[in-house]
Structure formats: structure tokens, C-alpha cells
Design a protein around this ligand. Sequence first.
Ligand SMILES: *[C@@H]1O[C@H](CO)[C@@H](O)[C@H](O)[C@H]1NC(C)=O
Ligand SMILES: *[C@@H]1O[C@H](CO)[C@@H](O)[C@H](O)[C@H]1NC(C)=O
Ligand SMILES: *[C@@H]1O[C@H](CO)[C@@H](O)[C@H](O)[C@H]1NC(C)=O
Ligand SMILES: *[C@@H]1O[C@H](CO)[C@@H](O)[C@H](O)[C@H]1NC(C)=O
Ligand SMILES: *[C@@H]1O[C@H](CO)[C@@H](O)[C@H](O)[C@H]1NC(C)=O
Ligand SMILES: *[C@@H]1O[C@H](CO)[C@@H](O)[C@H](O)[C@H]1NC(C)=O
Ligand SMILES: *[C@@H]1O[C@H](CO)[C@@H](O)[C@H](O)[C@H]1NC(C)=O
Ligand SMILES: *[C@@H]1O[C@H](CO)[C@@H](O)[C@H](O)[C@H]1NC(C)=O
Length: 305
Amino acid sequence: MSLPSVPGLCFLLSLSGAEAQVAKGPCNWCPLHGYCVNSTHCTCNPGFISGSGKRFFTYPLEICKDIDECKPPISIYCGLNAECKNVEGSFHCRCVPGYELLSGDVQFNNSNENTCQNITSSKTPNGHTELQQIVNNFESLLTNQTFWGAGSKQEVASTASSILQNVESKVLETALRAPGQKIQKVQNSTVAVETRVVSDNCSEERKAFRLHTQMNSVDIHCIDVIQGRTQGPSAVAFISYASLGNILNATFFEKADEKDPLYLNSQVVSAAVAPRRNSSLSQSVTLTFQNLKVGGSRAGPGQVL
Ligand SMILES: *[C@@H]1O[C@H](CO)[C@@H](O)[C@H](O)[C@H]1NC(C)=O
Ligand SMILES: *[C@@H]1O[C@H](CO)[C@@H](O)[C@H](O)[C@H]1NC(C)=O
Ligand SMILES: *[C@@H]1O[C@H](CO)[C@@H](O)[C@H](O)[C@H]1NC(C)=O
Ligand SMILES: *[C@@H]1O[C@H](CO)[C@@H](O)[C@H](O)[C@H]1NC(C)=O
Ligand SMILES: *[C@@H]1O[C@H](CO)[C@@H](O)[C@H](O)[C@H]1NC(C)=O
Ligand SMILES: *[C@@H]1O[C@H](CO)[C@@H](O)[C@H](O)[C@H]1NC(C)=O
Ligand SMILES: *[C@@H]1O[C@H](CO)[C@@H](O)[C@H](O)[C@H]1NC(C)=O
Ligand SMILES: *[C@@H]1O[C@H](CO)[C@@H](O)[C@H](O)[C@H]1NC(C)=O
């Protein structure tokens, strides 16, 4: 009677079979977290490394160890206020205690997805309440028919543009006063605002940001937010107005006539950066709108703005 010549085989067989052996090929002895590459050699699953460091191995007592991606030499970087968490065969990033992802999710995969923000400061009402107050004030103005009905077209136009500029400045000032609240979002029924503060020369930040309000979004590069400013916070604001179409409507435009009705087919949006406000941008900024009306109109083409 002869035992198999491979010394490790008895030991391997005595382990609970399914776990100890993965029968994926003719070399049916590969260790847990490993598999056969051909009739003689095993390799470890992604996220694991063999005890000997060899990529392909034949030694039957070889084991596949988890790679700790959070430690050197890999040392995954998760970004500010975040930490890397190793798990078997993989890893993930999560915000450090006191911080959470804007989305409310618990995990993310790399520093580009890092939106960790201080929970305490996002729940302290100060900046947030102030921003909400600004939005509410402008909302009551924008929806005040008496106010808008009174002026000539010229007056309406200049009032509307000064309001847009005013909202931009107030919102950006508020964001910059509370740089700890990296991302803020407030809205009322017609005005929606998102602000984002960049505090560190874009080195720790995502390369480009997307800000969303209502049905619209803007993509802007971090360096166009800081505009060369490397010390102190800079901010970008994206604002959308669902009600401006009621003011800047068909009757507002001289060209409009009954045959060719004119309408705004998206919400009015504005994007601005501070404290440096230079109109020259190094990268293109993408604005994405969702149409308010879809497809061919019933009566004639209609003009879309
Ligand atoms: C099995 O794969 C290993 C690693 O690629 C290789 O070195 C070896 O020659 C292969 N053996 C056979 C029989 O194909
Ligand atoms: C992270 O990566 C895993 C695996 O690649 C994927 O399933 C998951 O959706 C990713 N998570 C995010 C937030 O992208
Ligand atoms: C969060 O922000 C608040 C107020 O800005 C600050 O007092 C607190 O120390 C911060 N918490 C952490 C964990 O950084
Ligand atoms: C929206 O603004 C109005 C004032 O225009 C205010 O009375 C109302 O409370 C605001 N709504 C919310 C949800 O903040
Ligand atoms: C609307 O505007 C008119 C004229 O400017 C003003 O007198 C009135 O107080 C405003 N109404 C509200 C609700 O703000
Ligand atoms: C900011 O970043 C730019 C480009 O990455 C670099 O050239 C510059 O030296 C940095 N400035 C500071 C103060 O870190
Ligand atoms: C169009 O806008 C004017 C003010 O600019 C307003 O008086 C009028 O009611 C609006 N018409 C419609 C159909 O919204
Ligand atoms: C804006 O940018 C242009 C070109 O980069 C530069 O010449 C100008 O001085 C800048 N203006 C301000 C106010 O920073």
C-alpha cells in the first residue's frame, strides 16, 4: 500500500474539501483563493498573493494570502478625510469618523469619488440656513407677479440680470464664509443652488466637479474654480431657475409672433466662481440641460432658445 508521493496531499485532503481545494482544472490541488492555470501550475485569485511570492506555483503547500492594498507598497490613497479599508481579496475607501459621503453611501473606490464632508458642519445650520434664506428671498421676488408686471421690457431685462448676478455673489460669499461645508445644496420651489468650496490648490481635489441642480448640471475643472489662487478657499456655484421662463417668456421677445411661438426650452442657469472671477477658462465647461418640452411641437416648429 502506498500513499501518494506528494507530501502535502494528505494534509490538504484532510481540510474541508471545498475550501481547501479548487477543482477548476486538471491540477485539482490549488489552494483556497487560487486556481489552476494549466495542468501543473496554480496562481492566486486577484487581490491575493502566494506565500512564496511566485505568480505561478506547483508547490502543494503554497497558500494564497490576501494583499493589503492599504499598506505599502500599494498604499491606496482615498483622499482627504478618508481611509483605506482592506478586505479579503479587495479594499474600499470610507470617510473617517465625523465625515460622510455627500451621497450618504458608506464606501467608495478611489480618491476621485471622495466627497467626504464634515457631518457636524453640514448639520450646523449656519451656512446652510443662510443659503436657504438667500434662495427664499429671491424666490419670493422671482415669483412676485406685481413686481415683474410693472416694468418695461428693458427694465425687466436689467432687473433680471442684476438679480442673477446678485444671487451669484450672495451665494458665493456664503459658501466662502463656511469653507468647512465643502458642498452645499439648497432649493426652494423654483430656485436651486449647489456650491462647492475648494481649499487646497486642487491637489487633493477631484480634477473636475459636477454640480447638479434640478434638471441641469455643469462640469467644471478644479483649476478653473481656483483661477490660479493657491491660498485660501475658492468656490463655484451653480444655480438654476425654474421660474424665469415665466418672466422672460414669449411676450418678452419682440420677434415673437403668433405663427412662430417662442419659448425657453430649458431652465435658466448660472454658474460662477469666486473670489477670482476671470472669464478666461483653461478647460471647457460643460453645461447639460434637460429640455422642458420634448419632440416636435403640434403647431409648427416654434423657436427654441
Ligand atoms: C503552466 O503555466 C506555467 C506558468 O505560465 C508555465 O511556466 C508552465 O510551463 C505551464 N505548464 C504547462 C504544462 O503548460
Ligand atoms: C467599486 O468597485 C466595485 C468593483 O470594481 C464595483 O462593484 C462598485 O460599483 C464600485 N463602487 C463605486 C461607488 O463606483
Ligand atoms: C467639523 O466642523 C466643525 C465646525 O466647523 C468643527 O468644530 C469640528 O471640529 C469638525 N469636525 C471634525 C471631525 O473635523
Ligand atoms: C420657499 O420660499 C418661501 C418664500 O419665498 C418660503 O415662505 C418657504 O418657506 C420656502 N420653502 C422652503 C421649503 O424653504
Ligand atoms: C411684490 O412686489 C411689489 C412691488 O415691488 C411689492 O410691493 C410687494 O410687497 C411684493 N410682494 C411680495 C409678496 O413680496
Ligand atoms: C498649485 O498647483 C500648481 C499646479 O499643480 C503648482 O504649479 C503650484 O506650485 C501649486 N502651488 C502651491 C502654493 O501649492
Ligand atoms: C410673460 O411675462 C410677462 C412679464 O414679463 C407677464 O406679465 C406675463 O404674464 C407672462 N405670460 C405668460 C404666458 O407667462
Ligand atoms: C484674467 O485672465 C487674463 C488671462 O489669463 C489675465 O490677463 C487677466 O489679468 C486676468 N484678470 C484678472 C482680474 O485676474
